[in-house]
Write a protein that binds this ligand. Structure first.
Ligand SMILES: Cc1cc2nc3c(=O)[nH]c(=O)nc-3n(C[C@H](O)[C@H](O)[C@H](O)COP(=O)(O)OP(=O)(O)OC[C@H]3O[C@@H](n4cnc5c(N)ncnc54)[C@H](O)[C@@H]3O)c2cc1C
Length: 352
């Protein structure tokens, strides 16, 4: 079989890259193991424009957010589904300092930070002692729907295989790559955390971290907003279902759910929520984060037909559509890649 591009991985990165390349009229062949606990499958799907204790704008958000909203909407139109909806974040401050930090930023960040218009209904739902503010526009992406629907679409086009990609079977020559019986002009690795042990790209400064989440059933909790009180409570697929998380663990024995997280989160939730809930599921995954908090996008400096789209860290929903588009444009039309994301910035390390 002959295609234009082989793509390894169908998380957020592989999904948007295969979509972009198909849109450009290219033939793609995607290989993905369809593991249940990849980052994209465990993620809550939030696009939050601000970050950190100082509540500053996230990198490039003025460009990335409208691009992402358009990209999810377009993909939804193609697959006749709705993958994205507005979801204001209510930031219930957990300390007096956080309340002050929010109040200080409010006059300076009038696009994304707002007073909570009507606090009263929330007083009957949650226990909080230091006030609350609102972050909006912010968005919620339905990854639980998007990933399988895109996979189904690729299956209908006969361009995805559900299998493990074995690096030892890849042959890379100057003008083409070959994997088993498939030849292509180039291969692109969208392999998430596995990228940190990929022989072509393992020297890159990955900084994997682990996150856990509980899925709860909470019949009296409104599903109109994302609630933050240390933890985030995010509407999830299914009626009255919510995703609750997460942690950022830098040292861990494995990527499995832990009893400690479950216990700590359940206790915090019982204190915060006034209404009953039951725990339905417990998820965990590693995030493909990077030391500089910028993605890895582009061609390997030594192998001009081996590329990467990875390093989305905590922001895959915001970053993946935009950088998949940049990489596709680069592969097809040699368009430039943002130098802060272009993997060429590591050409010395990758050329060793
Ligand atoms: C708990 C948690 C919560 C998160 N919440 C959010 C959020 O609210 N908003 C947000 O923007 N981001 C969030 N993220 C981050 C987001 O999930 C990631 O940035 C994003 O999903 C990364 O996508 P990816 O395609 O690079 O990797 P992945 O989703 O890991 O996809 C990689 C795919 O490649 C496949 N693969 C790898 N190696 C091989 C191989 N050799 N052969 C075949 N297949 C292979 C894997 O099976 C997988 O399907 C969260 C992450 C976690 C863990």
């Amino acid at each position: 079989m002959q295609v234009d591009f082989i793509i390894v991985g169908q998380g957020l990165c592989g999904t948007f890259l295969s979509h972009q390349l198909l849109q450009a009229g290219k033939r793609v062949y995607v290989i993905d193991t369809n593991k249940p606990f990849s980052a994209s499958k465990v993620a809550s799907g939030v696009i939050n424009p601000v970050t950190g204790r100082r509540i500053v704008r996230t990198w490039l958000i003025e460009t990335l957010m409208p691009f992402a909203v358009e990209a999810y909407t377009q993909l939804g139109n193609l697959l006749q589904a709705n993958f994205i909806k507005p979801a204001p974040i209510i930031d219930f401050h957990t300390t007096a300092q956080m309340h002050l930090a929010f109040a200080d930023r409010l006059p300076h960040e009038t696009t994304y930070l707002h007073q909570l218009p009507n606090e009263q209904p929330w007083k009957d739902v949650c226990n909080y002692h230091f006030g609350a503010g609102m972050i909006t526009p912010s968005w919620l992406v339905d990854l639980q729907l998007l990933l399988p629907l895109w996979r189904q679409h690729l299956q209908l086009l006969s361009c995805i295989d559900d299998m493990h990609f074995d690096q030892t079977l890849l042959r890379v020559s100057d003008f083409r790559v070959q994997y088993k019986n498939v030849t292509a002009k180039a291969i692109i690795f969208c392999d998430g955390v596995q990228g940190s042990s990929n022989p072509f790209f393992q020297q890159l400064p990955f900084a994997l971290n682990k996150g856990e989440a509980l899925i709860i059933h909470a019949p009296k909790l409104p599903a109109t907003h994302i609630l933050k009180h240390g933890l985030s409570i995010v509407p999830w697929i299914g009626e009255n279902m919510f995703w609750v998380g997460s942690t950022y663990e830098w040292t861990y024995a494995d990527a499995l759910p832990t009893a400690a997280f479950k216990q700590k989160t359940e206790t915090a939730l019982r204190q915060f929520l006034q209404h009953p809930f039951t725990i339905v599921e417990h998820l965990a995954a590693e995030r493909p984060a990077t030391i500089e908090r910028r993605p890895f996008v582009g061609l390997h400096p030594l192998y001009q037909n081996v590329a990467i789209l990875n390093g989305m860290g905590t922001k895959g929903c915001t970053l993946a559509p935009y950088f998949a588009h940049q990489l596709a444009q680069h592969l097809v039309h040699h368009a430039p890649i943002d130098p802060h994301a272009n993997v060429q910035r590591f050409s010395k390390i990758l050329s060793k």
